[in-house]
Design a protein around this ligand. Structure first.
Ligand SMILES: CC/C=C\C/C=C\C/C=C\C/C=C\C=C\C(=O)SCCNC(=O)CCNC(=O)[C@H](O)C(C)(C)COP(=O)(O)OP(=O)(O)OC[C@H]1O[C@@H](n2cnc3c(N)ncnc32)[C@H](O)[C@@H]1OP(=O)(O)O
Ligand code: FAD
Length: 631
């Protein structure tokens, strides 16, 4: 059947709420979301099997992005779709995939790793999987309360199967973390299987349409063949066949970190669309006292808050794609047995996931503030976008913990540089910094990129020197590392920013050769604005580590203000170009037609508190007091 997918989904009535979901109870929210999730899943399956086809020019990602409008929050099957299947596809053997990856599978799964006691430090995970060679089974067990799994999306009520991360024991030897497929609920009755204690963890700051859950195993047995065996095997006699790299088990986290960068770009484009369109409609105060009130978008300070959000959305889209292509390349190499590029990919994914999530949540909040009081309304959708975005700072690798992973990589190259050993080309600037081969400052995108590299070198050196000093003072390495950790995370953050600037600028310059001249001008203005913004934000670091002068900073400031003025006439066009439908934006402030106040009033009329002219609490609580006082 040939179907225009967007319209098809938009026309499925059950997917769209009459009552805004904020007015539903915790239970109703889940039930409403799960109803919709299975309609969407059916559409995705039909797309997958070719039973329906897309006829518009866009890609199936549209089906995913339109979900933001359907759920307003999050699809409770996100982990089933995004992590469960992809982990099986990446980590299960060919035979396992043939058995488990059936389009009509009864399994609704989730990814179960985090425990009550351990999230970041996954080597500390306490759930065990002990091989019993007499029955050819693994015994999954939760030894104590802290080992209860806690957080996985969809686990609370929806999933009947899961991929569980547990410590593998064979004949008393621990072989570390491995992934196992476990059925947890009966496929027919949906009741938890014997030996399974499972439930939902309760309301959260966001993600309340997803049933995040807890799970404990009481000596729950699964077949040996349920361990994911593409990269590592346990044979029938209990022989352990090691993987080619001991972190291949962490592959799903790596992939999700890469994917998240693009998802965050999309969240940023939603927030920018709402705030920019609203700022074009909203008038507040004249600029000159004898003039009418101006669109708030004309205030330069408002442009400063918003244009960086537009630019950042482009940065993360471009860098997300760049990382996606790197991931594809490295995965193909790994397939051929070459693990050489994995450490670099991991280091890049860690710092870019950390900084993209932190930037995105800060900028979404900035967009909310830029909408004044109306941005605080749930109907603006900015609070929901913020709650969704800020969760990404924590899940899939917590911010600081990931920055410290990248710091290990930077310190390795600094050590090589300090010992005058050969460096890869992309770290040649470490050697230049040591030899004090400083370039003369240039007030240009290329100059700023060089300046950021000098900051990375300077901060890595400072962290490394502190580390060495701690070691010389007799500290053990881990302790010395912890003592230097503030400086180490600073170095990683700078590294991420230098990558973002360099990749974005180079990709924009390349893209500019392929589009019309007028579009190229706007794209380059946005890219330049991004670099100038961060150069000004980090001017203290530039003064410390590069050859920039006070005069240069003043010139940067002028150019930055010039760019704000140049972008202003295109601001609304730029957010319209994100092409996000009103049904997905779900915002009274950001709709395409600009009917902000009308929509706000329409939404207010849906409040249950407006159902009765006089609420019954008046008779119960207010009147007895106010009337008594009158007497
Ligand atoms: C779903 C996708 C679709 C769309 C996305 C959109 C939205 C998403 C929406 C919702 C998301 C909801 C779900 C969230 C799910 C989760 O959160 S799942 C749980 C995630 N948990 C974590 O991320 C835990 C973080 N911790 C770790 O990753 C590790 O503990 C660690 C911090 C990396 C440390 O590991 P470990 O202790 O084993 O390591 P060390 O012994 O210290 O050795 C470190 C060396 O190992 C190298 N390393 C580490 N990880 C990797 C890797 N993945 N690949 C390659 N190499 C790795 C590291 O470089 C060190 O190397 P060395 O310096 O040479 O020693
Ligand atoms: C919305 C949401 C969805 C989630 N979905 C899933 C899921 O589907 N499946 C799943 O398995 N998990 C899931 N998680 C769990 C998530 O992966 C963890 O919360 C995350 O990995 C952080 O771990 P933690 O909560 O234990 O934080 P902690 O590690 O306890 O962090 C707390 C603080 O300690 C600091 N800290 C910890 N270790 C170090 C260190 N070595 N050095 C310096 N500082 C440190 C951190 O920086 C942080 O400030 C989800 C979480 C959320 C919020």
């Amino acid at each position: 059947m040939m179907i225009h997918t967007n319209n098809y989904i938009l026309n499925i009535k059950e997917l769209w709420d009459d009552v805004p979901e904020e007015y539903l109870s915790h239970k109703e929210r889940y039930e409403n979301a799960i109803k919709k999730a299975f309609i969407v899943l059916k559409v995705l399956r039909q797309l997958h099997t070719g039973n329906i086809q897309i006829t518009d020019h866009r890609t199936p990602t549209n089906v995913y992005s339109i979900q933001d409008g359907i759920f307003r929050n999050v699809n409770p099957l996100l982990i089933h779709i995004g992590l469960f299947w992809s982990t099986i596809a990446a980590q299960a053997s060919t035979e396992q995939q043939a058995e488990w990856l059936q389009p009509d599978s009864s399994m609704i799964g989730t990814y179960v790793q985090t425990e009550l006691g351990h999230g970041s430090f996954i080597r500390g995970i306490e759930t065990t999987a002990t091989y019993d060679s007499t029955t050819d089974e693994f015994i999954l067990h939760t030894p104590r309360l802290s080992a209860y799994k806690w957080w996985p999306g969809g686990l609370g009520n929806t999933a009947n199967a899961c991929l569980v991360m547990a410590q593998l024991y064979i004949n008393g030897t621990c072989h570390g973390l491995h992934i196992f497929l476990a059925q947890i609920r009966d496929f027919d009755t949906h009741k938890p299987l014997p030996g399974i204690k499972v439930g939902e963890i309760g309301p959260k700051m966001g993600f309340n349409t997803a049933d995040n859950g807890f799970l404990g195993f009481d000596n729950h047995r699964i077949p040996r063949t349920n361990m994911l065996m593409k990269n590592v095997q346990v044979l029938r006699d209990g022989t352990y066949v090691k993987p080619k790299h001991d972190k291949l088990t962490y592959g799903s986290m790596l992939l999700t970190r890469v994917t998240l960068i693009s998802d965050l770009a999309y969240q940023l484009s939603k927030a920018a669309t709402i705030a920019v369109r609203y700022s074009a409609v909203r008038r507040q105060s004249p600029i000159k006292s004898n003039e009418p009130e101006r669109q708030i978008l004309d205030f330069v300070s408002q442009q400063h808050k918003l244009f960086i959000t537009i630019a950042s959305s482009h940065v993360y889209r471009v860098v997300g794609l760049w990382m996606w292509n790197s991931h594809k390349r490295v995965t193909a190499d790994i397939h051929e047995g070459n693990m050489g590029q994995l450490p670099e990919l991991h280091a890049l994914a860690c710092c870019l996931k950390a900084i993209s999530s932190r930037d995105a949540s800060a900028l979404v909040e900035q967009c909310r503030l830029a909408c004044g009081g109306h941005g605080y309304m749930m109907a603006s959708n900015l609070p929901q976008i913020y709650a969704y975005t800020t969760a990404a700072v924590t899940y899939e690798g917590e911010y600081t913990v990931l920055l410290l992973q990248t710091a290990r990589y930077l310190v390795k190259f600094w050590r090589l540089a300090a010992e005058h050993k050969p460096l890869p080309q992309n770290f040649a600037y470490f050697e230049d910094y040591i030899k004090k081969n400083f370039e003369q400052w240039r007030n240009s995108p290329e100059g700023i990129i060089e300046g950021f590299k000098a900051i990375v070198a300077g901060k890595t050196k400072a962290a490394y020197d502190t580390l060495q000093c701690n070691l010389r003072n007799g500290r053990e390495f881990e302790e010395a590392w912890n003592m230097a950790s503030v400086q180490l995370t600073n170095a990683s953050e700078a590294y991420a920013r230098s990558l973002l600037c360099e990749v974005f600028w180079k990709e924009t310059v390349q893209l500019s050769t392929k589009v019309s001249k007028s579009l190229a001008i706007v794209l380059e203005q946005l890219a330049e604005l991004y670099l100038m913004y961060w150069a000004l934000e980090k001017h203290g670091d530039l003064l410390l580590y590069s050859t920039i002068s006070r005069n240069d900073i003043e010139a940067l400031q002028s150019r930055y203000e010039e760019l704000l003025a140049l972008i202003r006439p295109n601001a609304v066009g730029l957010v319209d170009a994100f092409d996000i439908r009103d049904e997905v934006l779900c915002s009274t402030l950001g709709a395409y037609d600009g009917r902000v106040y009308e929509r706000m009033m329409e939404e207010a009329s849906k409040s249950p508190l407006n159902e009765d002219v006089v609420n019954e609490s008046f008779h119960k609580y207010i009147r007895p007091v106010t009337m008594k006082n009158k007497l």
